[in-house]
Write a protein that binds this ligand. Structure first.
Ligand code: UDP
Length: 331
């Protein structure tokens, strides 16, 4: 298939794009490079279209001239704390950007869509509700979560009315790097746990700040479900290959296992082979205590077989990338 990946120069989008190329598909990236990197896209001179999703005409032109069969929509702002301090940006990029893309697909007659959503659409649930199934109540607590949930609604409505096939993936904590050691996480503004921990290990930051050690969890720090980008990519491939008009499902993508912030930090120390300084800070607004997926639906319905999502493999591949490329991708 010929697939357009919006946000295809970003962390998850580019991992999926590279995976698609390695598994018999043709793939293009559409990215404004606000967080993405050219060098994350193989043969970017041919494969990367730099532009704004809000520019509907440019998206229509891209879909037509590249004869696109299906879209994977990764492009979004994705930091919970930033969404709280600046929701305006999140509504513009995540909601208006998605609307513009859907209009472009309608105009160009593209009817297959895989959408990157998030566990943040579920909001806060107690530990007794874990692992979360797709049917769990969705009460997003942050603008990041609400804007992604709005995207899910728009897609379901368009698909129903216009005869599209779609899959929505609610990622838990995307993590890790390509096993080749040459592609991984690199944002202008980083807020995620594993890259920040490894940035301390390479001497770019003085200490990891642990946000809150008084949560009702086994060691007082938040529990998250980390899932490797190569496993996310495999799920996207399996979904896009089965999309047809009338198919529309949402799936959790997670390992089904939770790790605390302290456990992730300890796994990073083991991968790096030395201690990584920490300091304790107050809780971060918007953080639920525990968020763990039940991934059974994706395993059952898509034949998804996650292979890289144990925390040791996630951290080992992330460290290969960060230790070899401490400054990330070249400019
Ligand atoms: N976290 C932390 N220090 C950091 C970054 C994150 O203690 O510098 C914690 C954060 O409070 C959360 C967990 O690590 O409990 C995962 O946060 P991240 O931002 O990586 O992903 P999120 O769960 O927000 O999507």
């Amino acid at each position: 298939m010929r697939i357009l990946c919006t946000g295809g120069a970003g962390y998850v989008g580019s991992a999926c794009l590279r995976w698609l190329l390695a598994h018999g598909h043709e793939a293009f990236a559409f990215d404004n490079l606000s967080e993405g990197n050219r060098a994350a896209v193989p043969d970017y001179a041919q494969r990367l279209i730099v532009g704004e999703l809000i520019d509907t005409d440019l998206v229509i032109d891209t879909l037509r001239t590249r004869s696109i069969d299906a879209v994977m929509h990764f492009a979004a702002l994705a930091s919970v704390p930033d969404s709280i301090s600046d929701p305006s940006n999140y509504y513009r990029v995540n909601v208006l950007g998605t609307y513009s893309l859907l209009e472009a697909m309608r105009a160009a007659g593209v009817k297959k869509l895989v959408f990157s959503s998030t566990a943040a659409t579920y909001g806060f649930h107690g530990p007794e509700a874990m692992p979360l199934q797709e049917t769990a109540a969705k009460n997003p607590e942050t603008p990041y979560g609400t804007t992604k949930r709005a995207g899910e609604w728009m897609i379901a409505d368009y698909a129903r009315a216009y005869g599209w096939g779609y899959a929505i993936f609610r990622y838990f904590n995307a993590a890790g790097a390509d096993p080749d050691g040459n592609h991984g996480e690199h944002r202008r503004h980083e807020s995620h746990l594993i890259p920040l921990t490894l940035a301390v290990a390479v001497g770019k930051r003085p200490a990891l700040k642990i946000f809150g050690d008084d949560y009702p969890t086994r060691d007082g720090t938040c529990v998250r479900d980390y899932v490797h980008t190569s496993d996310l990519a495999q799920a996207h491939q399996r979904a896009v290959e089965r999309l047809e008009p009338g198919y529309g499902e949402a799936f959790n993508l997670g390992s089904g296992e939770g790790a605390t912030v302290k456990e992730v930090h300890a796994a990073c120390e083991r991968a790096v082979g030395r201690s990584i300084p920490v300091e304790y800070a107050p809780r971060r607004p918007g953080d639920p205590a525990v968020l763990v997926a039940d991934p059974a639906k994706a395993i059952r319905e898509l034949g998804w077989t996650p292979c890289f999502s144990d925390i040791a493999t996630i951290v080992r591949t992330a460290w290969q990338w960060h230790s070899r490329h401490p400054d990330g991708y070249p400019d």
